[in-house]
Design a protein around this ligand. Structure first.
Ligand SMILES: C[S@@+](CC[C@H](N)C(=O)[O-])C[C@H]1O[C@@H](n2cnc3c(N)ncnc32)[C@H](O)[C@@H]1O
Length: 198
């Protein structure tokens, strides 16, 4: 059975209905309980930076980062269903000309490096979490902000994922530390307490 963690299920789960729901929620209540605290924690370092958001959905998180000082954003989502909504949200807030948007796989496609790489509720959707964390760290000049569920994951067919959730964070830190000396700042871990996203 396919689910949102199954690449063949992306379009089925992350469809125009889900995109419209996400846009309504953002327009009514602002960022959700995960994105809000993450963007809030980044705010002090956003001035003029470039942001790369993987699995950006409706785009509300990078739109907020642009509103709070970031210079430019690149967004990528594997589902094209969000495109019209993400364009509309960016236009509503007058930041559309500072966003480059792509449809594709964040892990495998060619994307520019950025100061801040942002992944909210995405690593848990992808079968190769390690690959996704590596791709994020590789493209980050300064920071990676990522969220993952506190509860253990179980796929819809009942099988556990290949990687444990604490390993996601561990992997991110290792990969950030492994980057060339002098080129990028050493990795430090900060945690942000979030509420459930919906
Ligand atoms: C649960 S949604 C979260 C959307 C948005 N980050 C948010 O918090 O509202 C997961 C998103 O990640 C996207 N996604 C999953 N794997 C991806 C990948 N490998 N590359 C790009 N996007 C991906 C899905 O299409 C979906 O839009």
């Amino acid at each position: 059975m396919s689910g949102c963690c199954d690449p063949s299920g992306y379009r089925r789960f992350f469809n125009s209905k889900e995109a419209a729901r996400a846009a309504r929620s953002y327009r009514k209540r602002g960022l959700d309980g995960t994105a809000g605290p993450m963007v809030g924690a980044l705010e002090p370092v956003l001035d003029g930076v470039t942001v790369l958001e993987g699995g950006s959905g409706s785009g509300s998180a990078h739109v907020e980062m642009l509103r709070r000082g970031a210079g430019r954003a690149v967004s990528v989502d594997i589902s094209d269903a969000y495109e019209p909504i993400a364009d509309a949200i960016a236009a509503d807030h007058g930041v559309a000309d500072r966003i480059d948007r792509f449809v594709g796989d964040f892990v495998t496609m060619e994307l520019p490096d950025a100061d801040v790489v942002f992944l909210n509720r995405v690593v848990c959707c992808y079968p190769d979490m390690e690959g996704m964390v590596d791709a994020a760290a590789r493209r980050s000049r300064r920071m990676v902000a990522l969220s993952y569920p506190r509860e253990p994951l179980v796929h819809q067919d009942g099988s556990p994922p290949r990687q444990s959730l604490p390993a996601v964070q561990e992997r991110a830190v290792q990969r950030l530390r492994a980057r060339p000396r002098g080129h990028r700042a050493p990795a430090r871990v900060g945690r942000v307490r979030t509420s459930r996203g919906r």
